[in-house]
Design a protein around this ligand. Structure first.
Ligand code: NAP
Length: 490
């Protein structure tokens, strides 16, 4: 029996299954245990979901394994039609899915709507890419032989997703997996499992056969250990912290699984003297404060050239101070709450550290008067390399600003990190743009633009930010194996 939802949630109550989806059945944890999903803006319980562990995960893997032969050989046209239905179902439910995401995650409703729309776009993109998973005929150097390659789904895929984008991170994994003909088990973040459960519900309604999509919520350690050790899982696709990603890589080595990793970032945002200052400030606001600074591609370090440094800091701080901090479902909300108390504590520590090392507080710097998990949008000028914000992923609404003198200095500083996910630069100098493209060690480079992610592009980090690409024509490759066949004696 679903527990009744709070009255404010009636817009999405019909979508929520407070159960796990295993082999086409909606089930609780074996021992009946569960945990609450709370709204970070209010602390209220939004829903209660199963606290599953090893046995439930093994059954979900068995179900995906059993469903694989039929699903992977389903005629392509039929598979594409299912994907298109899923795309339509997501768009048909955009408003309730967005409201639900704001309730479980806290982001402003406008951002939640954009995320749901983007999720649908990924499904459609991969539905189309499914038609292009072709092989090749290789000219043979010797007589009487035909050499060919064919491509095949890797098998059972386990997808582990984070709390900051509960829907779109899933779309980038479920989209290519289902398009390639793989069956899937999903373990969403415990803070935000509802979006994934809705995906399960919609996949079921669209007619994906039982066992093709399985969703398990609960103990990360137990579910993760089963996923990494079970030989039936042929691929793991993970988005989350670099720390957990490394742990999964080590644990999965015993069964040599295919691994895709979308991990942490430490994005530099560079403003040169010749930049369009208005555009740079607009870009910095989005790149820093979207989702309250809790995105992997969020600006972590703002580098501003000496000639415009003072003007930038003054105008940026004024804009940041004017951001509307409010629950995500309030009209005009620009920054919602942080995800949990650990996140708030970490932000307070990072700000205290920066100020103790000489940072100049020019906006915010304290918990917000709204209380709870709300923190003031914050700018710290005069940032220096010895501050923790320079090397740690901030994951909150705090913008440290560093002054720099030359292009070569700032490129060296920008690259001085083990991360290599996203970076941004504002300049009008075309030759410099190409130097930046060559020299910045990042998988995603935004020049005079910060909203750079869409299904058409290969999203992925360099260095310790990850392995593999999500989106673009490359995104489906990680879900396919290439076989080579030689027919001789012809
Ligand atoms: P996280 O702590 O690494 O958790 C990510 C997922 O892994 C969650 O589902 C979590 O489950 C699960 N998990 C934790 N420990 C596990 C274990 N031992 N075995 C298996 N699964 C385990 O990261 P997060 O705090 O949710 O997300 C923030 C991080 O994600 C940031 O570092 C951010 O940069 C990164 N991120 C990267 C991208 C990208 O595309 N590169 C995108 C978004 C976020 P529980 O929730 O149950 O602990």
């Amino acid at each position: 029996m679903n527990r009744p939802l709070r009255p404010a949630d009636t817009s999405f109550a019909h979508l929520i299954r407070q159960k796990n989806l295993i082999d086409g059945q909606w089930v609780g944890a074996d021992d009946g245990s569960s945990f609450d999903v709370t709204d970070p803006a209010t602390g209220e319980v939004v829903a209660t979901v199963p606290n599953a562990g090893t046995d439930e995960t093994r059954r979900a893997i068995d179900a995906a394994h059993a469903a694989f032969p039929a699903y992977s050989t389903m005629p392509l046209g039929q598979r594409v039609a299912l994907m298109r239905k899923l795309h339509d179902a997501i768009l048909d439910n955009l408003e309730p899915m967005a409201a639900m995401m704001t309730a479980e995650q806290g982001k402003p409703l406008a951002e939640a709507r954009a995320e749901v729309a983007s999720s649908a776009a990924y499904v459609l993109w991969f539905a189309e890419e499914a038609r292009r998973t072709d092989g090749a005929v290789i000219p043979s150097p010797v007589a009487g032989r035909k050499l060919m390659t064919t491509r095949h789904p890797v098998g059972v895929v386990a997808a582990i997703t984070p709390w900051n984008f509960p829907s779109s991170m899933l779309a980038r994994k479920l989209g290519p997996a289902l398009a390639a003909g793989c069956t899937v088990i999903v373990k969403p973040a415990s803070a935000t499992p509802l979006s994934a459960l809705v995906w399960g519900h919609l996949a079921e309604q669209c007619g994906f056969p039982p066992g093709v999509v399985n969703i398990v919520t609960g103990s990360a350690r137990a579910i993760g250990a089963e996923i990494t050790s079970n030989p039936k899982v042929r691929k793991i696709t993970f988005t989350g912290s670099t720390e957990i990603g490394k742990q999964l890589l080590a644990e999965a080595s015993g069964t040599v699984k295919r691994m895709s990793m979308e991990l942490g970032g430490n994005a530099p945002f560079i403003v040169f003297d010749d930049a369009d200052l208005d555009a740079a400030i607009d870009g910095a606001i989005i790149a820093k404060f979207r989702n309250a600074g809790q995105t992997c591609v969020c600006t972590n370090r703002l580098f501003v050239q000496a000639g415009i440094y003072d003007r930038f800091v003054e105008r940026f701080a004024a804009r940041v101070s004017a951001l509307k901090v409010a629950p995500g479902n309030e009209d005009g909300a620009e920054q919602g709450p942080l995800v949990d108390t650990q996140a708030l504590d970490k932000i307070e520590e990072l700000v205290a550290d920066a100020l103790s090392k000489g940072g100049d507080l020019v906006a915010g710097g304290a918990p917000h008067a709204r209380g709870g998990l709300f923190y003031q949008p914050t700018v710290i000028a005069g940032a220096t390399p010895d501050m923790r914000v320079t090397t740690e992923e901030i994951f909150g609404p705090v913008a440290p600003v560093y002054r720099f003198e030359t292009e070569s200095d700032v490129i060296a500083s920008a690259n001085d990190t083990e991360y290599g996910l996203a970076c941004y630069a504002y300049t009008r100098d075309l030759a410099r743009m190409f130097r930046l493209q060559d020299q910045l060690e990042y998988g995603l480079i935004g020049i005079n633009e910060v909203l750079i992610v869409m299904p058409e592009i290969p999203f992925g980090g360099l260095k310790e930010s990850g392995l593999g690409k999500e989106g673009s024509w490359q995104g489906i490759n990680d879900y396919l194996e290439t076989k080579y066949t030689c027919i001789g004696g012809l």
